[in-house]
Design a binder for this molecule. Sequence first.
Ligand SMILES: Nc1ncnc2c1ncn2[C@@H]1O[C@H](COP(=O)(O)OP(=O)(O)OP(=O)(O)O)[C@@H](O)[C@H]1O
Ligand SMILES: Nc1nc2c(ncn2[C@@H]2O[C@H](COP(=O)(O)O)[C@@H](O)[C@H]2O)c(=O)[nH]1
Length: 206
Amino acid sequence: MEYPGNLFVVAAPSGAGKSSLVKALMELDSRVQPSVSHTTRAPRGQEVHGREYYFVSQDTFDQMVLQGGFVEWAQVHGNRYGTSKQALEQRIKQGADVILEIDYQGAIQVKRIFPNAVLVFILPPSWEELRSRLERRAEDSADVIEVRLQNAANEMAHAKEFDFVIINELFERALFDLKAIVHAQRLKYAAQRNARSDTFRALNIT
Ligand SMILES: Nc1ncnc2c1ncn2[C@@H]1O[C@H](COP(=O)(O)OP(=O)(O)OP(=O)(O)O)[C@@H](O)[C@H]1O
Ligand SMILES: Nc1nc2c(ncn2[C@@H]2O[C@H](COP(=O)(O)O)[C@@H](O)[C@H]2O)c(=O)[nH]1
């Protein structure tokens, strides 16, 4: 029998490094799978439809909202983003550990629907470094970078509502912390399931 997988949610202000950390985690751990969101924003850099996002029109997004197609959706930096209900529920049911890279509003909505979801907030080490990462990434215009920095203060004020906060100063240290959270959740979940296992019965643990 296949047990349902775990759900991890990673949020951060733009440029803090969540995509880089999640990508590195998935390269090390094939049990962690991404959820590809839908967005009304235009593709940026080398982004590919169906890989980073499903890039859809405003009308298509509206239709999905009306049909209840999203587990959560939110307006972020002037565009809309949503997590497809069908794809997420199917993957978790199949036993995958799914990781969502979404904003804090979406994270809070997900926690209401999936109380066992583990919410992780990534902080940059400083405002200077956050700006510098967005500028070095060189994928957004100066205007877009300013909007994202202005929104960052409000986003970071929600960090305390998350289960864990990681400071992404040294990348390898932050990745270690993220891996530890995933590992700890798996052990916790396994302990709950093992309450009915042969080993528990053999040890007379009830
Ligand atoms: N610890 C780190 N030290 C230095 N640079 C980093 C670190 N982590 C990530 N970066 C770099 O910072 C930039 C922003 O990272 P990334 O794109 O992962 O951010 P993000 O939080 O996913 O942003 P967005 O929400 O806009 O997609 C990238 O160029 C990335 O290589
Ligand atoms: N609530 C949701 N937020 C999402 C989703 N997918 C991405 N995001 C967040 O939007 C911002 C901007 O992303 P970018 O790719 O334009 O830099 C960032 O905070 C993402 O995490 C989603 O499905 N729901």
